[in-house]
Design a protein around this ligand. Structure first.
Ligand code: SF4
Length: 755
């Protein structure tokens, strides 16, 4: 058994008392979202949490899930915590590093060779610290989590943006950076800004060509890619209860595309059926006992406008299939309007490739409905005009749909079954194309369609739709085909129509699998060695950062005074650098290379105060570090906005930067800096930014009295012999000051383990 029944029992045992306590504070009916959040407060106290919208609240998640790309640094950091095992049940999933090129078997074999060092590390570190390990080929993180770990009313964090997929089973599941995952595995609280609440009331019932995917495609069109920011989206109503559990998962998964913190459905019969069908009947029984806590209060759903910050209503009976895109997932077109849009905008009408599957849409229901269309194509003598790929979300689904003949059906229309992995969805796609720059169109049942995401070609117009619509359009090879109304010419020259897709929510013979690809951790990991090749370019064990020296920090050199936008992408660029994400020293060669130097308006060109020459930012920082001199980075407004990537805080720390002084911080990055033992400071008076000169040597004073709410001082020593002094603010609480003094949060955890 992969899931942890005792942990789930404990969560449910606390539910009644925690929600009752929260009701006392809140004094009004509760949404499902609020119930789950209140049941997972770190200290069980709802008073602070109730100040929603303004308060950052500490939570105690039940689980952590990590995909292979982001798990590397999360686990390298976790090793620093000195714990024998992870504090909460955790899993690693090898899905992002497998390139789709020929087909499942060949591609998996290639990945196993190319990524051997990463897989060996992840397998051994998981084995040692009590982490469940899902091997390459086992499946995509979110589908595997849905099949094995998600449970109603639970709370999970995952190091991937589509972690909210588990909302389909009624779990609050949120995508985070590796540093947050590390904290929770190390036994610390997890901080979240208490979200806004968006309610989506679903009435009616899906029929015909419409599917769960069309619900989220429509919601994306309404809310746009930013509309869900800072909010949890809660679906409810008779329509919600009519959707399959995996359909609910699809909707929650793609909620990431509207920027939502996560999305969620309440526990119902469909979820119970799915739990039973995936050998988790015990969880369904436990959930039945607390089911009044696993849905919103009746009063909330009767008068939702009173309890949600925003309310959307969708009638599923009237919902049309949608196609969204290109280049953004919120450009939503009902299928009846799509052909005209293609022509009007001049998008390439010929469809070159249709891709179904991914973590978003590879349930048994999705595959069986798509296969019913493929079978019709065969029966009606239609030849698929576009290339067709199928990405199963897990080995459980792949094995089952193969047993039931669906993969054969896809192959009959030229379908190529890819490995159970992300593949084309994350750009791991060696697409066969005669010209990689040609304007062209593809359609997928994935979730993201930003420029270049799938095949790296900015001229690829990627559209997103349900697996059913993707399959129908693939057969037609034409984006303007509307399968609800149009006919196709078959190989006998006869006009034929595709009938509505048919499928099954769950396999009638049950799910089956020979080897799901799971490796349980050792009972006692103390003797297990973690495998890292000391010569690896992709992985490097971390050394603990040094503790504070106990004095004011003097003689820092200005490394860069950044001007304008400085996001985590400017600080730690992604793209080709991501292959080094498990090797701090190598990835540090991208540190701040995207930031604009205030003094010359150039990127990655700063003055080296020791040589007087201009050079790259990382190389300059390394020179100072080698000379035993610390440095400081100065920045503008909202420094560190963007992804929560912890590398953006670790790299400066590694290269000897002691402080980041800015006009304002993006909150997550500021916290990440504190965790790494850095000083994150803001100008008390933003005009002081102008006082900083290119040749300055800088002191930070007041550190012996470092205390919450008490400003520190900056002394600028200019080369002309003059100096400036001004105050700087900080937001460190006492615990964070302790992190600074110890050289980082993990150093404290490790000391506590020993002590
Ligand atoms: S299949 Fe796509 S969306 Fe899903 S986890 Fe992989 S890359 Fe992310």
């Amino acid at each position: 058994m992969a899931f942890d029944l005792d942990m789930i029992k404990k969560v449910y045992d606390n539910y009644g008392s925690r929600i009752a306590a929260a009701r006392q504070v809140v004094g009004k009916p509760l949404t499902l979202t609020e119930k789950i959040l209140y049941a997972h407060l770190w200290d069980g106290n709802a008073t602070e949490a109730y100040k929603r919208g303004v308060t950052y609240v500490d939570f105690a998640p039940d689980r952590v899930a990590m995909q292979d790309a982001t798990a590397q640094m999360a686990l390298l950091q976790f090793m620093q915590a000195g714990r024998p095992t992870v504090a909460v049940p955790s899993t690693v999933h090898c899905d992002h590093l497998i390139q789709a090129k020929i087909g499942a078997d060949e591609d998996l074999a290639t990945a196993n060779t190319q990524n051997k060092e990463v897989y060996d590390f992840l397998a051994s570190v998981s084995n040692k610290y009590g982490i469940g390990f899902w091997k390459p080929g086992a499946g995509i993180i979110h589908q595997v989590v849905l099949e094995n770990y998600a449970f109603p009313g639970g709370m999970m964090i995952g190091t991937d943006s589509h972690t909210p997929n588990a909302g389909g089973l009624g779990m609050i599941a949120i995508g985070v950076g590796g540093a947050d995952a590390c904290d929770v595995m190390a036994g610390l609280a997890w901080e979240l800004k208490f979200p806004k609440l968006i309610g989506v009331k679903l009435t009616g019932k899906l029929s015909g060509w419409a599917s769960a995917k069309d619900v989220i495609l429509k919601v994306a069109g309404i809310l746009t890619v930013k509309g869900g920011t800072g909010a949890i989206v809660e679906y409810f109503g008779e329509g919600a209860r009519s959707l399959s559990a995996t359909g609910k998962g699809t909707i929650c998964n793609m909620g990431a595309e509207i920027g939502a913190t996560t999305s969620i459905f309440g526990y119902d019969d469909k979820i119970a059926t799915y739990l039973k069908g995936t050998e988790r009947e015990e969880i369904a029984k436990l959930a039945d006992r607390v089911k009044e806590h696993l849905t919103g209060d009746d009063e909330v759903y009767a008068n939702p406008e009173k309890y949600f910050d925003q309310l959307i209503e969708i009638d599923l009976s009237a919902l049309e299939p949608h196609v969204n895109g290109p280049f953004t997932p919120d450009m939503a077109w009902p299928i009846s309007k799509f052909a005209a849009a293609v022509k009007e905008h001049g998008w390439p009408q010929t469809l070159e490739v249709g891709l179904i599957g991914s973590c978003t849409n590879s349930s048994y229901e999705d595959i069986s409905r798509a296969a019913s269309l493929a079978q019709q194509a065969v029966d009606k003598k239609l030849v698929a005009k576009a290339e067709f790929t199928i990405t199963p979300g897990s080995e459980l689904v792949r094995f089952t749909v193969e047993r039931d003949g669906y993969l054969d059906t896809f192959e009959k229309i030229g379908g190529v079954v890819l490995a159970n992995a992300c593949g084309p969805c994350i750009g791991q796609w060696a697409r066969h194309s005669d010209d990689s720059n040609r304007k062209n169109s593809i359609i997928t049942s994935f979730n993201r369609n930003f420029k270049s995401r799938n095949d790296g070609n900015p001229n690829t117009h990627a559209f997103v739709a349900s697996p059913e619509i993707v399959t129908a359009l693939t057969v037609a090879g034409d984006l303007t085909f509307n399968p609800l109304t149009d006919t196709l010419t078959n190989s006998n020259g006869v006009q034929v129509r595709l009938d509505e897709p048919q499928g099954l929510e769950m396999p009638s013979k049950g799910f089956a699998v020979e080897d799901a690809g799971y490796q349980a951790p050792a009972e006692d990991g103390s003797k297990v060695s973690v495998i890292v090749d000391p010569n690896s370019a992709r992985l490097q064990l971390l050394d603990p950062f040094k503790a504070w020296e106990g004095t004011d920090i003097k003689g820092l050199k200005l490394l860069i005074k950044a001007k304008g936008k400085c996001t985590t992408d400017h600080i730690s660029m992604a793209g080709p650098w991501l292959k080094f994400r498990g090797h701090l020293d190598n990835i540090s060669n991208n540190m701040l290379i995207g930031a604009t130097n205030f003094f010359n308006d150039k990127a990655d060109t700063v003055k080296n105060q020791l040589s007087g020459e201009y050079g790259a930012v990382p190389a300059t920082a390394r020179t100072y570090k080698a000379a035993g001199i610390g440095s400081i980075v100065v920045g503008d407004e909202n420094y560190g906005e963007g992804s929560s990537r912890e590398h953006a805080a670790m790299e400066p720390r590694h290269l000897g930067v002691r402080a980041i002084l800015v006009k304002s911080f993006a909150r997550i990055h500021e916290t990440n800096l504190k965790k790494q033992g850095m000083l994150a400071l803001t100008f008390a008076d933003n005009n002081d930014y102008d006082k900083i000169r290119e040749d300055d040597t800088i002191d930070i004073t007041g550190l012996n009295d470092f205390a919450p709410g008490k400003p520190l001082n900056i002394v600028l020593h200019h080369v002309d012999g003059t100096s400036d002094t001004f105050q700087v603010n900080h937001t460190y609480n006492q615990q964070q000051i302790d992190w600074f003094k110890a050289g980082g949060a993990l150093n404290i955890i490790r000391m506590n383990q020993k002590g």
